[in-house]
Design a protein around this ligand. Structure first.
Ligand SMILES: [Mn+2]
Length: 343
């Protein structure tokens, strides 16, 4: 069922009448692209990336209120506490495509409310409401492993034939073999690292009008985004080259150490794309814990992880085919053993 035409009109009306919003967005391409479309339409406001894991506290809320927004627009953030929402002093609009949450005092837009199976990305719905900046929308949509309907796709491939060829029919192929995929990695890497650096990159991205500015480094803004990407890309490629694949092992386990940046989601996605028959487990050592990112085309990961965590200090969850866990270092070997036993 999706978001109805009426809901899309309501969204459009919100974007036309709000003047000074704070936009809280998930720090991935879908969240960022949703923010960029909204910001480019309203031309005023402040974007704040939100890391999905930690709970947002009173300090953060203070920062939101201090800006004096006429609305707080939340995009692609899966979970927020009622307590956090209660502290916000303005109108709240929340657009999301994760499992539906019951919260009070929020104008809530989620396609799953009418159809639990409809998880089309947030950037897709923002685009449907605004119908502007298709290249930005496509970064978010494909970045979330989704391809839109032919009408949108055709419009994109005819406007930007160099970014995506018309014979690509799967999001994972688009993500790993096209210029668009490269562009998505560029903005994704710009969301990594210190918050102050991320905020700088986001600000620069709001000024970019065409993808060629980044891909061909045609403007100072484009070069800024490209440079950060290039720096991280060399780290990423080095990690990727260290991955060892054992042909008869169902589990592809890769552990790495990288003090400032996590590359787990990109690494596990790329490894799954290259080895679709395997269960992928990418492990990042951080703060005395192991952060585990898992991918699989067939196995239900939340079940697998849930069972493997029994009797272990750690927690985890996620989507059926993309999930994660945090495990204490001392318990990690048992955790891996518990995973292997189930495969
Ligand atoms: Mn999303």
């Amino acid at each position: 069922m999706a978001l109805s035409e009426k809901q899309l009109e309501q969204l459009r009306d919100i974007f036309d009448t709000v003047h000074r919003p704070v936009v809280l967005f998930d720090d991935d391409p879908d969240g960022l692209s949703s923010f960029l479309m909204i910001y480019k339409h309203i031309k005023e406001g402040r974007g704040m990336p939100v890391k999905s894991a930690p709970e947002l506290g009173a300090d953060f809320c203070q920062k939101v209120n201090d800006y004096g927004p006429d609305a707080v627009i939340i995009v692609d953030v899966p979970v927020l506490s009622q307590e956090f929402l209660n502290r916000i002093r303005s109108r709240i609009i929340w657009i999301d495509h994760h499992p539906v949450l019951e919260r009070k005092g929020v104008e809530y837009f989620n396609p799953r409310a009418s159809d639990p199976g409809d998880n089309r990305p947030t950037s897709y719905w923002v685009y449907k409401a605004l119908q502007e900046n298709l290249w930005i929308a496509m970064m978010g949509i494909v970045g979330d492993w989704f391809l839109p309907e032919p009408k949108i796709l055709d419009e994109f491939t005819s406007k930007y034939p160099e970014l995506l060829s018309t014979d690509i029919t799967k999001p994972e192929v688009a993500l790993h073999t096209s210029k668009l995929g490269e562009l998505i990695q560029m903005i994704s890497f710009n969301l990594k690292g210190k918050t102050s650096d991320v905020v700088k990159s986001v600000k620069v991205l709001t000024r970019i009008k065409e993808p060629s500015e980044i891909l061909e480094q045609a403007t100072a803004q484009g070069r800024f985004i490209y440079r950060k990407y290039a720096k991280l890309k060399s780290k990423y490629d080095k990690l990727l080259s260290m991955v060892e694949v054992k042909p008869d092992d169902k589990l592809l386990l890769f552990m790495y150490n990288s003090p400032d940046y996590s590359f787990s989601s990109e690494l596990s996605n790329e490894l799954l794309y290259k080895h679709p028959g395997k269960v992928i487990m990418v492990v990042w050592e951080y703060n005395g814990e192991y952060k585990v990112s898992m991918r699989s085309t067939k196995v239900n990961l939340p079940n697998l992880i849930g069972k493997a965590l029994e009797g272990i200090r750690g927690y985890g969850g996620g989507h059926d085919h993309a999930a994660g866990a945090n495990v204490k270092m001392a318990d990690f070997d048992t955790f891996v053993e518990n995973i292997r036993k189930q495969l």
